[in-house]
Design a binder for this molecule. Structure first.
Ligand SMILES: Nc1ncnc2c1ncn2[C@@H]1O[C@H](COP(=O)(O)OP(=O)(O)OP(=O)(O)O)[C@@H](O)[C@H]1O
Ligand SMILES: [Mg+2]
Length: 300
């Protein structure tokens, strides 16, 4: 089983889209995949469930908000597996063994973030707090239970920030995948992310030693929403794609082009674009290739 956080400090760079489509393509290949939505915007959740259904069936009892509530409460943390959902439209298109499960998010997760930070003595995440390790490890510990052992891949869609909820995702992950647009601000976000992750890893390991430490690996940057003019990316993007030679993180060979029509249609159907039948589009092929590269990199 591999656990990957999908994260970039920059918003709107395709994190949620990559999480949903990578997960869907892996499941279409017969793998058992769990997606976890840790963004209070809940975009990943809403890409599988209509808002009305979320409100009626999920919001009050079946999202990660309620589970984090138990992490904060003065009682043993609840098991996470009862929160696992299996979205119908996507799973109906998967072959026998394939499975695409989801732990849904909630708009109020933003309050949990504040409460978790408060439990650690404020926004500086005080290392001396006796809660430092258990709170940071909450998600890692929950995913280490037998109930999750049957998954091949777990992908965590993170919010574009580095608050406590995001930190629990990094601590739980062996891998970090960073979608980015080929533009100046997105590439700046990558550097900032790297420094925040190193800081977290060294803080955590200092407190955790001699117990188990963490060492999340950068799988790479995936460039998304690339605009093409004819058969090549527009020149503005080409410059940034080349710039990655200077980034000290690996970069996926596969890039994902912009296609507003396909992603728009997929959204209305509550299906990841890669699963839309008969779309026969280049971007679906790119998403499939991305999954192959992901598998090669996570096995490496
Ligand atoms: N390859 C693409 N072509 C066209 N539109 C895309 C593509 N990838 C993503 N989008 C669209 O761009 C918008 C932002 O994408 P997405 O929500 O995946 O980004 P994000 O990084 O998760 O954003 P946030 O930081 O808000 O969580 C969405 O409307 C999505 O449908
Ligand atoms: Mg998102």
């Amino acid at each position: 089983m591999s656990i990957t956080s999908v994260i970039n400090y920059k918003g709107g760079v395709g994190k949620t889209t990559i999480t949903a489509n990578l997960g869907a393509e892996l499941a279409a290949r017969g793998r058992r995949v769990l997606l976890i939505d840790l963004d209070p915007q809940a975009s990943l959740t809403f890409s599988f469930y209509p808002a009305a259904q979320w409100e009626a069936e999920l919001a009050y009892e079946r999202t990660v908000l309620q589970w984090f509530g138990s992490v904060l409460a003065d009682e043993p943390t609840a098991a996470l597996h009862p929160y696992v959902l299996t979205p119908e439209p996507a799973n109906a298109l998967l072959p026998g063994a394939g499975r695409l499960d989801l732990i849904a998010s909630h708009l109020q997760l933003v309050d949990v973030d504040l409460d978790l930070a408060a439990a650690l003595g404020g926004s500086r995440f005080q290392h001396g707090s006796p809660h430092f390790l258990p709170l940071h490890r909450a998600l890692a510990d929950a995913l280490a239970t037998e109930a999750f052992a049957g998954y091949d891949d777990i992908l965590i869609d993170c919010a574009p920030n580095f608050t406590m909820v995001t930190r629990t995702a990094i601590v739980a992950s062996e891998h970090i995948l960073t979608p980015a647009k080929p533009d100046y601000l997105s590439t700046l976000g990558i550097d900032y992310l790297r420094s925040k992750v190193s800081e977290l890893v060294s803080d955590f390991n200092r407190v955790a030693t001699p117990g188990p430490t963490i060492d999340p690996q950068y799988l790479g940057v995936v460039f998304t929403m690339i605009q093409y003019a004819g058969s090549a990316p527009i020149s503005a993007s080409r410059n940034y794609l080349r710039l990655t030679d200077n980034l000290e993180v690996p970069v996926f060979r596969q890039t994902i082009r912009e296609n507003k029509t396909l992603f728009g249609t997929a959204g209305e159907r509550h299906l990841p674009a890669v699963l839309v039948p008969n779309a026969n589009d280049k971007v679906q092929y790119e998403l499939q290739q991305l999954a192959s590269e992901f598998l090669a990199r996570t096995r490496a």
